[in-house]
Design a binder for this molecule. Structure first.
Ligand SMILES: [Zn+2]
Length: 262
């Protein structure tokens, strides 16, 4: 399920980056930006956030991690004696999380079992997790989750990079940054220099280079025209282009056995 689809800050009624991937009875959360936690708790049907097998956070800006602090409190106040939840994230995510809570280091350590990203391939329940650094303002880790017959890849925030083809190679669903910050009518021209986010067209190019089956555009700059983003991506990618929307469910794999779904 898509928990949130906006980059930077959320539009009215929306949330920032967040996704839940379900497969084989496992549930993995990808990013927890502004406004995602209430949607996650509604999906779980639990104010204490019961039912999460792992959390992955791609990088430290608050539009990808600030509601991780809310999840920390849900576990600390709601399930203090429960085993820690595996948390896979770059070091700056952990440091920011600790800074948000009194006695943060101890509270975080008891609520989460931290594993740094990027890292060597490892197993998370039914998924093999691969990760790689991608260019952004802060260290960002693209992630790729594979189970037999199913692959989902997610860029987090990234500028154009040849590694995007490797991250999403043959993925059933490739979730790609389509910030397109300068798309809005009247927006100033993009400044010179390397971009550290993608346009929708660049997202389509990345999906094409990867040979992905489906592309899910996300991290839209607030008030962007999302249908224009879809058209721009479709001009570069021949496969199906989906637009992230809050509460969108995407079925993946055979017989609906897996999905970015609730
Ligand atoms: Zn972002």
């Amino acid at each position: 399920m898509v928990l949130g689809s906006c980059g930077a800050w959320p539009e009215p009624g929306r949330a920032c980056s967040g996704f839940v991937l379900e497969h084989g009875g496992a549930r993995v959360v990808l990013d927890l930006g502004y406004g995602t936690l209430p949607r996650l708790l509604a999906l779980l049907g639990s104010s204490a956030a019961d039912g999460i097998d792992a959390v992955i956070v791609t990088h430290a800006p608050p539009d990808h991690m600030v509601d991780l602090h809310g999840l920390l409190r849900a576990r600390w106040f709601g399930r203090r004696s429960a085993p820690p939840i595996p948390l896979h994230a770059p070091g700056p995510v952990l440091a920011r999380l600790i800074s948000l809570e009194d006695d943060g280091a101890d509270v975080v350590r008891r609520a989460f079992d931290w594993h740094p990203l990027p890292a060597r391939p490892q197993q998370i329940g039914p998924f093999r997790l691969e990760s790689m650094p991608l260019p952004h303002y802060l260290p960002n880790s693209g992630v790729r989750l594979s189970a037999p017959g199913l692959t989902v890849a997610y860029t987090g925030d990234t500028g154009p990079d040849p590694r995007l083809a490797e991250l999403g190679r043959g993925a059933d669903l490739y979730i790609v940054d389509a910030t397109d910050r300068w798309q809005r009518p009247g927006a100033p021209a993009a400044p010179p220099g390397p971009s550290l986010n993608l346009t929708a067209r660049e997202a389509g190019q990345a999906a094409a280079a990867a040979g992905a089956r489906r592309l899910l555009l996300t991290h839209f700059w607030p008030d962007n025209d999302r249908q224009a983003a879809r058209a721009a991506a479709e001009a570069a990618f021949g496969g199906e282009v989906l637009i992230a929307e809050e509460d969108l469910e995407v079925q993946l794999g055979l017989m609906g056995s897996a999905g970015l779904a609730g």
